[in-house]
Design a protein around this ligand. Structure first.
Ligand code: FES
Length: 311
């Protein structure tokens, strides 16, 4: 069960600064729909003062991703670029009154989007092509630089923590070894720099690897979501499901895919994926993201089930 703060809930249900910022002169895209989370941060910067005068976001993801994105815009508006670049993912989490450990990757996504938007404003290349380090986790598009920043900024000392903060290793798990190597190297550097107690540093010999594979047929994002259980009529439920999927479709379309509501039967929601979503090896994670969004919108558990076109 996720234990969300009241502020996270408020920012999820009443997000500030969501939508398109037409006058943006810096845009940062991180994550991907296929990975279950994606964030586009748009900033408007005064070129004379370098003050961020406005910011908006569009995101596909769970409630804490929406809340973190919204919090980020609130934090950076009015700050200079230099001041904004001092912000850490911990600042985003603290602004929200904390995030569950397993959801810290949402704050890291905000931090990474800010860096990407500032790089775009400055006309610099951003590491979408992972030029700053080897691509470590192919499933979630996480490179060495992102892992290193998350480890340093949050004093991470286990692979499980790296997974919580970046999602890396959260699917097929073939990236576990390279993650351990990065973690070991960065922790050793931190110990040398006096930033970490040697006794806490990652020790591969003693490490317990995180459980990474969901049970058959179960979304990795499905079972732990905190839910209230408001009484809804069937009609209310279906309307909320329709609304949630309508909200998500533009983001899926941005990635060349789509998701259409086919039917609702009890707690089963049947959807049809199309376009780039079909056959994508991460489609189960995409569905997990859709499912989590629906569960949070309804306050009730539902299972999202893909159906073939003929259904
Ligand atoms: S490559 Fe990292 S989880 Fe699959």
């Amino acid at each position: 069960m996720w234990d969300y703060s009241e502020k996270v809930k408020d920012y999820f249900f009443n997000p500030k600064n969501s939508g398109v910022l037409e006058e943006a002169n810096g845009v940062g895209d991180v994550g991907a729909i296929a990975c279950g989370d994606a964030l586009r941060l748009m900033i408007k910067v005064d070129p004379i003062t370098e003050i961020i005068t406005d910011a908006k976001f569009q995101t596909f993801g769970c409630g804490s991703a929406i809340a973190s994105s919204s919090a980020l815009t609130e934090i950076i508006i009015g700050k200079t670029i230099a001041e904004a670049m001092e912000i850490t993912n911990q600042d985003i989490a603290e602004f929200l009154g904390g995030l569950p450990p397993e959801k810290m990757h949402c704050s890291v996504m905000g931090y990474e989007a800010l860096r990407a938007a500032v790089a775009n404003y400055r006309g610099e290349a951003w590491a979408e092509d992972h030029e700053e380090g080897a691509l470590i986790c192919k499933c979630f598009g996480v490179d060495e630089g992102m892992i290193e920043r998350a480890v340093r900024m949050n004093s991470l000392t286990s692979v499980e923590q790296v997974q919580h903060f970046t999602k890396a290793s959260g699917s097929c798990g073939t990236c576990l070894e390279p993650i351990e190597e990065v973690l070991q190297r960065v922790n050793a550097e931190m110990v040398e720099e006096g930033l970490l107690d040697a006794a806490l540093a990652f020790d591969p010999a003693a490490a317990v690897r995180p459980v990474r594979k969901p049970k058959s047929g179960q979304s990795p994002l499905a079972p732990k979501t905190s839910v209230a259980t408001p009484k809804l009529t069937n009609l209310q439920r279906i309307k909320l499901i329709e609304e949630a999927i309508t909200d998500l479709r533009p983001y899926l379309k941005q990635d060349g895919g789509d998701c259409e509501l086919i039917d609702v039967d009890g707690d089963q929601v049947f959807v049809k994926l199309s376009g780039a979503c079909i056959g994508c090896q991460m489609s189960s994670v995409t569905l997990g993201g859709v499912q989590e969004r629906l569960v949070e919108k309804l306050g009730q558990f539902v299972r999202v089930i893909p159906v073939p076109s003929a259904h």
